[in-house]
Design a protein around this ligand. Structure first.
Ligand SMILES: *Cc1c(COP(=O)(O)O)cnc(C)c1O
Length: 376
């Protein structure tokens, strides 16, 4: 079956013979046993429930993985990956990452005895130099948030010793445009809150892998800590994923149009979008992904213009997050990346003139008219 057909038909409820098209919300915390030592396959909802299970199968199928585990948020999923490591282990991460990821690595991971080195993943030699005998995991985003730097996933995997686990955060492109497991990644992470859920109405997180040993460890965390996705949220995710391909296509078409428009605007100094990147990055994008996604960062002439734009947008909403049907604009310097030390933000290019757009599915004429009046 093709990807878009799997999105529509990939989640089935094998326990229901009513003919219902939608997977029901099994709002039950516990499940009765048919006899001693026997189980229906469900015992207690923290471990697994019949709404979450078909969603996990669906997401695994979309990423080309054997298993996926659904968490209550992207951060809960990320935290679970740290359980694959132990005290004294070393982690290498891209230098440009979702702010919450950096916060987790620099606080909880550090307290658990893990050390993180940040390196520019788009420069494989710099990344290799950070390797140590105790390096156990490499964590990358591509394209990165918010600077949209592109990393060659297959080349990173090849540069690593085989025992080092490569985790790729695929939130920005989704498997509709990029499938990291097929490029050598060991684990794919998603904030399902973004394009999978797609309507800015719920949180979710996923880890997908082909490695059953890793899955066992992740399921153990989920069962022990209780960070699994609830039945109602699982239902929302199954429902939203049916339209993932349509939303990705429309959001990307809007992004391509907006990127071109921004690049010609007199108050816009630089546009960060994979289709407008340098030749080398563009070649990597074309090799490993089938699209550029719908996230754009851009730098305006002055901080005053940036602040005024955020205050003047009307159809476009000034809000954090991304990947929903509503177009959002945010200010990475003061919002998503405010936990990073100022020098680090500035050295990455996250300054007071940088804005980040997540294109939704509205009519692009309305979006550009809104941006035009806000930038004027
Ligand atoms: C939002 C986001 C996360 C965190 O996910 P939550 O669902 O908000 O917990 C992680 N990585 C990326 C790239 C994100 O955009």
């Amino acid at each position: 079956m093709n990807f878009d057909t799997v999105c529509v038909h990939g989640a089935k409820d094998p326990h229901n013979n009513t003919g219902a098209l939608a997977v029901p919300i099994y709002q039950s915390a516990t499940f009765a046993h048919p006899g001693v030592g026997r189980s229906t396959g469900f015992d207690y909802a923290r471990v697994q429930n019949p709404t979450r299970e078909p969603l996990e199968r669906l997401v695994a199928a979309l990423e080309g993985g054997r298993e996926s585990v659904a968490f209550a948020s992207g951060m809960a999923a990320l935290d679970a990956t740290l359980s694959l490591l132990g005290r004294g282990d070393h982690l290498i991460a891209s230098d440009d990452l979702y702010g919450g990821t950096v916060r987790l690595f620099d606080s909880l991971a550090k307290r658990a005895g893990l050390e993180t080195t940040y390196a520019d993943a788009s420069d494989i030699t710099a990344f290799q130099k950070a390797l140590r005998p105790e390096t156990k995991m490499v964590f990358i985003e591509t394209p990165t948030n918010p600077m949209m730097k592109v990393t060659d996933i297959a080349a990173v995997k090849q540069a690593l010793p085989p025992h080092v686990i490569l985790v790729v955060d695929n939130t920005f492109l989704t498997p509709y445009f990029q499938k990291p497991l097929t490029l050598g990644a060991d684990v794919v992470l998603h904030s399902g809150t973004k394009y999978f859920a797609g309507h800015n109405d719920t949180l979710a997180g996923f880890l997908v892998t082909n490695n059953l040993e890793i899955t066992d460890k992740l399921r153990y965390i989920l069962k022990t800590v209780g960070t699994g996705l609830a039945p109602f949220d699982s239902f929302l995710l199954i429902r939203s994923i049916k339209t993932l391909p349509l939303r990705m296509e429309k959001s990307q078409a809007n992004a391509l149009r907006a990127a071109g428009w921004l690049a010609q605007h007199p108050k816009v100094k630089k546009v960060y979008y994979p289709s407008l990147a340098d030749e080398k990055s563009l070649a990597i994008s074309k090799k490993q992904a089938t699209g550029f996604g719908a996230m754009i960062s851009f730098e305006v002439d002055t901080e005053a213009t940036a602040v005024k734009t955020l205050e003047k947008v009307k159809t476009i909403l000034y809000a954090e997050s991304l990947g929903g049907v509503e177009t959002l604009i945010t200010y990475p310097f003061l919002q998503t990346h405010s936990d990073l030390p100022v020098e680090r933000r500035l050295s990455l290019g996250i300054n007071g003139r940088l804005l980040r757009l997540s294109l939704g599915v509205e009519n692009p004429d309305d979006l550009l008219a809104d941006l035009g009046q806000a930038l004027s």
